[in-house]
Write a new protein. Sequence first.
Length: 235
Amino acid sequence: MKDKAFFFFAWQGTRQRSSPSSVTIQSLTAAQRNGDFSGTATPVKDPATGVPYTGNIIPPGKVDPVVKNILNAYLPLPNSGNNLVITQNRNSEDDQYTGRGDWQLTSNNRLSGRYFDDDNFFQRPFAAPDGFYAANFFRNRSFSIRDTHVFSPNFTMTFSAGWSKFRRVQEPQAPGLKTLQSFGVKAPQSITTSFFPGIRFLANPAFQLFSGGGLEQTPASPGFHATGIYVRGKA
């Protein structure tokens, strides 16, 4: 193997730990969770009739128990006036692996191969209560092999083949993740795992319980290539 083979391997690891940063979002007070919006200037209307509720107070029978269950489970009470101050981080981890080998099989034949793998994980934060984020995982892999053969002083052929695959998975995270059925939603579900779809309330006050949608992408592509070089001429 002396003077005929060469091997190379490298690894690079990156760990990023960000200090928590504060984000302010709007929340609902204890009174508002029970239908009492008398402290807000915006009229609250009955969605069935369009008529404003007297005194901006929603009757107890009009408050959806499913909504109350979700709010009590996931949306903390305000901790700064009518706002909720939360902390977020953007932690990430990345590992890259590279390998290469070259073999001089004969004086006329050379074989080489390369492998690359990049694994990246990070937390994607949202303007939502603590514990709501999307766990993202990216993996990029590729492999290639090349064979170069000198058939004669005038003719050389190179054959190469490769394969690459990219994978991205995004998994929404929620504190104490529960199914919608556990909150009282009576609707058929197409998936059996615990999955929080996300809720956005854009009125005033506005808030969201959201951590991104579930996502998985796995495209892959092979490749083949051949090149011939023929030299003809006179010195």
